[in-house]
Design a protein around this ligand. Structure first.
Ligand code: CP
Length: 303
């Protein structure tokens, strides 16, 4: 069903492909939680190549590769020959020579995974590129939503916070729209990309408006590291208007879930009480990350 060697984003990925990955992830989750090792990728080299920091994505790709009996290896960029000036493309050629079958890359520059994919024989998975996409985060978010609601058609999903800098928002909009969910986005004007309506989402300015009647409340991390100048007056101001808390969550449907891709700025974009509360599925998202990454690695390595 998936003919490409790479998986670089959810834009233009047919929903049937996404559904296939989510179906496979259900069995992967069962095996992972039972500490059962699968052998479908035995001996194949999976390299994680992270030019940006990560806890969840890198750790879960490594665990996923090991759970499939692949040879998982992390190339520590800071102590590699990148520090001597080796280019991304030369890095790719070196990893090809080392018989890497899959390279999982995170990079601060949008399009870096696409450049690497064009210049190496191994398959490339995008683990987050600049402000472009983070497709496996959206897959694990979709898996978590489907576990809770059984499907996506007509589900009301609020994505709130730093939409402008969020690759998570972009990938979720592509995936959830293809699945038939209704998406509302909420951010201060300075953190809302111009023309976002073109993506088929509803735009609101207040959290109250966005949370009313929602099934899913997804808060995004305020990406302070990508902001060149202040895009809101102060943290206190941001907290006052854009902090997802219990009072706002009470406006959502009964049984609504609270999500966050992590890492969390507690008390800035989400209250600690809500993040740790009964409606939160945030730690479940992390576990599900291993399952969907196992499914994706197996799909690509089956070729
Ligand atoms: N959600 C996410 O990408 O987290 P990490 O930066 O820890 O990988």
């Amino acid at each position: 069903m998936w003919k490409e060697k790479d998986f670089l984003g959810l834009k233009d990925v047919p929903f049937a492909v996404i559904e296939n990955i989510l179906d496979s992830a259900a069995e992967m989750k069962r095996a992972f939680l039972a500490s059962e090792r699968k052998t479908s990728c035995a001996g194949k080299a999976v390299v994680t190549l992270f030019y940006e920091n990560s806890t969840r994505t890198r750790a879960s790709f490594e665990l996923a590769a090991k759970a499939l009996s692949a040879n998982a290896m992390n190339l520590a960029v800071a102590t590699s020959s990148v520090a001597k000036g080796e280019s991304l493309i030369d890095n790719g050629k070196t990893l090809d020579a080392l018989q890497a079958r899959i390279v999982v890359i995170r990079h601060s520059v949008a399009g870096a995974p696409h450049l690497l994919a064009k210049n190496m024989a191994a398959g490339v998975i995008n683990a987050g590129d600049g402000m472009n996409e983070h497709p496996t985060q959206a897959l694990l978010d979709m898996f978590t939503i489907r576990e809770k609601f059984g499907g996506f058609k007509g589900l009301k999903v609020l994505i709130a916070g730093d939409i402008k800098h969020s690759r998570v928002a972009r990938s979720n909009i592509y995936g959830l729209r293809a699945a038939g969910a209704e998406i509302t986005v909420c951010a201060p004007a300075t953190l809302m990309p111009a023309g976002i309506e073109r993506f088929g989402v509803r735009v609101v300015r207040t959290l109250r408006e966005g949370a009313a009647g929602a099934d899913v409340l997804m808060a995004l991390r305020l990406q302070l590291e990508r902001q060149k100048s202040g895009m809101f007056p102060s943290a206190a101001e941001y907290n006052r208007f854009y902090n997802l808390n219990g009072e706002i969550a009470a406006l959502a449907k009964s049984g609504a879930i609270v999500m966050h891709p992590g890492p969390i700025n507690r008390g800035l974009e989400i209250s600690g009480a809500l993040a740790d509360g009964n409606s939160s599925v945030i730690t479940g998202q992390v576990t599900n990350g291993v399952a969907v990454r196992m499914a994706l690695l197996e799909m690509l390595l089956a070729k």
